[in-house]
Design a protein around this ligand. Sequence first.
Ligand SMILES: [Zn+2]
Length: 338
Amino acid sequence: MEAPIALNTNWGMLGHEWAVNLLRRQIADGRLGHAYLFTGPLGVGRRSLALRLAQAVNCTQPPAPGEPCGECRACRGFGRGQHPDLLLVERQEGDREIKIDALRALTRSLSRTPLEARYQVALILNFHHASEEAANALLKTLEEPNPSVLLCLTALDADSIPATVVSRCEVLRLRPLAPETLTPALQSSLGIDAAQAHLLASVSQGLPGLAIRMQQEPALLESRGQWLDVLHDLLFANRVKRFAFADKASKDRQQLKNILLVWLSFWRDVLVGASGAGVTLANVDKAAEIGSLGQKIGFPEAAAALQAVERAVTQLETNVNARLALEVLLLELPWLPS
Ligand SMILES: [Zn+2]
C-alpha cells in the first residue's frame, strides 16, 4: 500500500491534485524524470505546475520530501519565474514560431552545471509553436539528459508536437476543472463569496488561470457581458450592420481574439442547451437567452455557428486577414428576423 499523502497544500495549485501527488511522490522516492510535458488548454495551470515542480526539486528546506517551503531563495525565485537557473523559452511577440536559435542557445546553456540550484530548469512554453526543425534541436538534450537538468515543456496537446519529443517526456494531461472543484478552490484562494466563485468557475470554463485573471481584472468579466450583447444584436442585424462591425472590430486583433473566445463559449452553451444534455453552462447568467435561442434555431444551426466561430479563431492564430475572417464568420451566423 502506498503511504498516504498527509499534506493538504497541493503545492498551492488549484486542482490537479493527482498531478501534484504523482510529482511529489516521484521526488520523494528519487524517481524524478528528466523531461515533462504538461498539456492542456491555456489557463489550465501548465506553467504554474511546472514552476511548482521547479520549486519542489530545488527547495533548500523542504518541510517534507517533495514539498516546497515557498520561502527559501530557490522557492521564491522559481515561484516568481525569475531565478538564475531557470531558462525560459517561448515564442516572441510577432514571431510565427519559437526560434530555432533560441532552442540551440538553450541546449548550450543546459550543458553547464547549475549556478546555484540543484537543478537547472528549462521551461519551454507552448511547444506547439516550435517547427519540426526547432524541435529536433532539442532531441540531443532529451536523449542524453544531464542529471542536473529538468526539462519542462507545455503544449495544447501531445498531438500538436513531434512524436519524437513526446516519447522522451513524461506527459501530464491537465484538464479543465469541474465547477464543483474550482468553485471552492477559488473561494478560499481569492477570498470571494460563493456566488462570485461560481460565476468565475463557469465563465472560465474550468480554467483556474482565466478565472483568477477575471477576478483581478473586472473589466474582462464586464466586457464578456458587452460582447455577448453585441453578438445578440448582430444576429438580428442586416449585412450592412454586420460588415460595419467587422470593419471596426478587426482593427484590434487581440481584442477580436477575446471577443471570439467569448462567442465560442456562448455557442457551446447554445449547442448544449439545444441538445438537451444537462451540462452546466459557461454563461450561467445568460441561461434564459441561451435556452430560447437554442429552441429558435435548433441543433444543426447552433453547431454550424460554433464551427464558424472555431474556424475564425483558428484563422486569427495564423496570418489571415482579420477583417476577412470576421466578415465570413458574420455571414455564417444565423439571421434572425428583426
Ligand atoms: Zn523552499
